[in-house]
Design a binder for this molecule. Structure first.
Ligand code: M6R
Length: 613
């Protein structure tokens, strides 16, 4: 994530750029910056903190440049700091760049540039881009008469990963060059001025006419002209689109709520979590962890500690860690763990999961483990968050900012990252046959497209939501990882629909809870583990006999006629099946809440980060 804006026209660029960034803060907000051109020089103003801080930067209000680029950052490489903020310049200060995305091969490119005499001021992946442009500007074999465009094209040819990029140069003071791959970018057309942005809301108050850039397309944007080029720098015409959104729906990219947008972002957020951590036939890579085979062989237990949804992701992670690494894993609620004198010593590895990285109980539980000599790993979505500053090691989900209070994409990314971590540990330990790890890798790589398949047709879930939204109580049942996901489905429903719900291990039902089942009570069963199908069906049969209305989410061949509703999801390894089975549950909670007319994104009594005990 991150937000970018660009302007070229006759007005002062700075206020337009800052105004645009303010409406993009939902994409990231740990640092911000702008660059403009004045007196044949690039002027950069940037700092750590939110976009509003830009107004306080020395001299920013006196900038008169009428061309500029701007960025609000969501850190991926390097902590939030002034040095790591965008824009970044090359060593000769000929090119300034803002970038949204991740350059996966930046280390290799950095080494190449260092070997050519370039030096670096930041820890970011982005800083290689302006220096590569400068390198090719001076040394490239140019394939277009516009040497600026040609240098950007040659530099971009070396990049692996995702990017939306804007570049300005005092050598070409009237042009912004833009290009994208797997990261959004639009060009807004107006009269005698033109705009660029990662998202439409940033420039919606200036124009309603947009060009939506495609992957590997280049744009050369000047005051009176917008030219587009394909990957071979052949110029061509693009269709202008008129977009009549209001500003708030544009922030949500056309989705009614952030929660729905985040649910639909999951194919991509899972892809970002996988990133370049592994590929088939190669071991997992965790440069950010210094955990050795000797250390892993010396520990006798792992704790996973977290709150709410993050804790439920931990429950799914327990299964995969135990299966692959053969080390016992205990999952604990942070607020309990911190006060019950848990048995921790230097033979304990403690993993803390927190989307925000600011949850008070999780941070306190981490400090406690450190005091007792355990090694600690934080899994977070927010680079530089409090928990990552306390932990021995931090690994990131890279799911992008999660705005809705109800956590969705963070949950699936946490499970994916825990699974990759488990494969990494197992590879170090040699605790699991390599072909099993290889099969799991293949299943993980298939998750984004399988999630997309579920998202492609939500009609059944919407129908079911319409039938049950007036219910007072609901029950979620599952066995094994299906129980872990039942807990998450039940939490999602409670927090945004205010319907009382309970999740039970399906086999536990007859030890008490079955007394609550009566005519028309809704019971949702999750069945994804081949070995447990018959047992789970029998448990559901017990509630059907007592009049329950049932919805089953499954990837198995089960007799549909037994149940009121069946939602089929794609098959995958049962240890990662929660990543798929949770999607219908997230959607169900969402549509029930909408049917009740509730505020989905800001449910009553809840906050996104719980920074108090
Ligand atoms: O930021 P964290 O992951 O530490 O937050 C933990 C819980 O507060 C959070 O998951 C909460 O349960 C969500 N609202 C659930 O949707």
């Amino acid at each position: 994530m991150c937000g970018i804006v660009g302007y070229v026209g006759t007005k002062k660029a700075t206020p337009i750029l800052i105004n645009g960034l303010l409406s993009l803060e939902y994409r990231g907000y740990d640092s911000a910056g702008i660059a403009t051109i004045e007196n044949k020089k690039i002027i950069v103003k940037k700092d750590k903190g939110r976009v509003n801080n830009l107004y306080n930067l020395d001299g920013i209000n006196n900038l008169n440049g009428t061309i500029g680029i701007a960025h609000t950052r969501w850190a991926t490489h390097g902590k939030p700091s002034k040095e790591n903020s965008h824009p970044h310049m090359d060593n000769s200060q000929n090119f300034a760049v803002v970038h949204n995305g991740i350059i996966e091969n930046y280390r290799k490119l950095k080494d190449f540039l260092i070997s050519k005499g370039y030096s670096f001021l930041s820890e970011t992946d982005t800083e290689v881009i302006p220096n590569l442009i400068d390198y090719y500007f001076k040394n490239g074999v140019h394939i277009h008469e516009d040497k600026f465009l040609s240098s950007v094209k040659l530099a971009v040819g070396d990049l692996e990963g995702s990017y939306a990029i804007e570049v300005i140069s005092p050598l070409f003071p009237d042009e912004i060059i833009v290009v994208r791959k797997n990261s959004p970018l639009v060009v807004g057309k107006a009269n005698g001025e033109n705009f660029v942005a990662s998202d439409i809301p940033a420039i919606l108050s200036y124009t309603k006419n947009f060009y939506l850039l495609d992957d590997n397309e280049f744009g050369v944007v000047s005051k009176d002209n917008i030219k587009f080029f394909d990957n071979n720098l052949k110029q061509y015409e693009k269709n202008l689109k008129n977009i009549e959104w209001d500003a708030s729906s544009a922030e949500k990219e056309g989705f009614e709520d952030f929660m729905l947008k985040e649910i639909f972002e999951q194919p991509n957020s899972i892809r970002e979590t996988i990133g370049s951590r592994f590929s088939l036939g190669k071991p997992c890579v965790f440069d950010d962890l210094d955990i050795s085979k000797e250390y892993l062989s010396s520990i006798n237990k792992i704790y996973i500690v977290a709150c709410g949804t993050a804790m439920y992701a931990g429950l799914a992670g327990k299964t995969v860690l135990e299966k692959l690494c053969k080390i016992p894993v205990t999952v604990d609620i942070a607020s309990e763990f911190r006060y019950r004198n848990p048995l921790i010593d230097d033979k304990t590895l403690c993993i803390y999961i927190s989307q925000s990285g600011e949850t008070a109980d999780t941070i306190a539980a981490l400090k406690l483990a450190k005091l007792n000599g355990a090694k600690t790993i934080a899994i977070s979505n927010v680079i530089g968050s409090s928990i990552t500053r306390e932990a021995d090691y931090s690994i990131y989900t890279h799911a992008g900012p999660e705005i809705a209070v109800a956590s969705t994409k963070a949950y699936t990314s946490q499970i994916v990252l825990l699974s990759i971590l488990a494969m990494h540990f197992a590879e170090l330990l040699g605790s699991c046959p390599l072909n099993e790890i290889e099969n799991l890798k293949s299943d993980i790589l298939d998750l984004p497209s399988k999630v997309q398949t579920i998202l492609d047709d939500t009609t059944k879930i919407q129908d079911f939501a319409k039938q049950v939204y007036t219910q007072k109580d609901m029950f979620f049942l599952g066995r094994g990882t299906d129980y872990a996901v039942a807990l998450e489905g039940s939490l999602k429903l409670k927090e945004i629909s205010y319907i009382h719900s309970e999740a039970y291990a399906a086999g536990e039902l007859k030890h008490g809870p079955i007394a609550l089942i009566e005519n028309n009570v809704v019971v949702i069963g999750i069945i994804t583990d081949e070995k447990l199908v018959e047992k789970s069906i029998s448990n559901l049969q017990e509630v059907i006999t007592r009049g329950a209305k049932t919805l089953v989410i499954t990837n198995q061949n089960i007799p549909n006629s037994h149940f009121d509703f069946v939602i089929n999801i794609p098959k995958t390894d049962s240890v990662i099946s929660p990543v798929l089975s949770v999607i219908p549950l997230q959607l169900l909670a969402y549509y029930i809440s909408k049917n009740k007319g509730l505020d989905v994104d800001k449910p009553r009594n809840l906050a996104k980060s719980v920074t108090v005990e």
